[in-house]
Design a protein around this ligand. Structure first.
Ligand code: MG
Length: 362
């Protein structure tokens, strides 16, 4: 009765909930690709992936033309078998961002189905390490914000109980970045974690110099300092600074995390369940990190990652960026700066199906 009888995919566009800019890009809109699977017993699962503005129709085409037809007749309980069959069927386009995102939409739908069938919330089904996760706030640190806006936002985040705030860097003169960070540190005091994100904009030589300038500010991590494929540069940077190097939002397979960890190029991993290909590979990256005594602080998707962070013992921080307000009926529950796990069976996201229908574009 767990035989998959139907699988559908569609694309929904969501406007960004705040203006978001960094060193290399702006978040234009959230293209959200949904996958729904139904099994012979009438149960269903709904999963999703996203882009920040481009590629959504390519993901949809890959799903509709190649991946979803392979699901019919499969046993939905065999998530590993399905994942590897789909991956194997896309050799010519894998490892790659579009393929991993498409796999994630299927995989999260299967996990939603699995959790609903077992009547379990995701955080329990995936491990059940704890029922709340500390939050840090990214919405207060975008690159276009003035120093006064950074300070105001950081103070508000701290007042709301957040343990940390993320500040983007990438001003024309690195001295400006250091000034902005220093101003925020002076405003919030020593007890708040300051994350810094360069969005892959630096060279290794520049990053080593800037990290040295940032060390007196007591930076909690330096995120994506270099292009994601410059593993050697990350390793050299990590060896040269006391600031932990954080990577993961631009990695698309477990193997890429393994390489960073083996080469001591990352002190914090930020796997994104959509970009790595779903919950199945996300958990592998998290466990791989745990085996190396490395925390995982996932990128974006707080509505999904709250449950995954809570599932594993090394989930340290959840990134606060609300982006599903328009298509959900409940908000992330926050208490004393911690996100509480959703307790409903499934992924724990209360989709507003009418609102989703209204925003379908393909
Ligand atoms: Mg980032």
């Amino acid at each position: 009765m767990s035989t998959i009888t139907d699988a559908q995919a569609y694309l929904v566009d969501l406007p960004v909930e705040a203006v978001r800019t960094d060193a290399v890009q702006a978040f234009l809109k959230q293209e959200t690709v949904f996958v729904e699977i139904t099994t012979a017993d009438g149960l269903s699962g709904r999963g999703y992936c996203y882009t920040i503005g481009t590629g959504g129709t390519a993901i949809l085409a890959l799903l509709r033309d190649y991946l979803l037809p392979r699901l019919h007749g499969r046993d939905a309980r065999q998530i590993e078998a399905i994942w590897h069959d789909l991956f194997g069927s896309t050799r010519a386009t894998a490892v790659g961002a579009i393929t991993s995102l498409a796999l994630a939409a299927v995989d999260t739908a299967l996990w939603d189905w699995r959790c609903r069938r077992a009547d379990l919330p995701l955080w329990i089904a995936a491990g059940g390490a704890r029922d709340r996760v500390p939050l840090y706030d990214t919405e207060v640190g975008w690159l276009h914000l003035t120093v006064d806006e950074l300070i105001g936002g950081a103070k508000a985040a701290v007042a709301a109980g957040r343990g940390g705030v993320k500040i983007k860097i990438g001003k024309p003169d690195p001295a400006q970045d250091v000034e902005r960070l220093t101003a925020v540190r002076e405003a919030v005091g020593p007890g708040v974690d300051l994350m810094v994100d360069a969005n892959q904009s630096l060279t290794a030589a520049d990053a080593i110099r800037i990290a040295r300038l940032l060390e007196p500010v007591d930076v909690y991590w330096l995120e994506e300092p270099l292009p994601a494929d410059d593993v050697d540069g990350h390793a050299r940077l990590a060896a040269s600074t006391s600031i932990p190097v954080a990577v993961g939002e631009s990695l698309y397979s477990v193997g890429q995390f393994a390489e960073y960890i083996q080469r001591r190029a990352a002190g914090i991993v930020q796997a994104d369940a959509a970009r790595i290909g779903g919950i199945t590979p996300w958990l592998k990256a998290a466990h791989l990190a745990e085996a190396h005594n490395i925390p995982i602080c996932p990128h974006f998707l707080m509505e999904l990652h709250v449950s995954l962070c809570a599932a594993v013992p090394n989930g340290r921080y959840l990134e606060y960026i609300p982006q599903l307000t328009a298509i959900t009926t409940t908000r992330l529950t926050v208490e004393d700066g911690h996100a509480l796990v959703p307790t409903a069976p499934g992924l724990g996201i209360a989709w507003d199906l009418d609102a989703i229908d209204d925003r379908r574009v393909a």
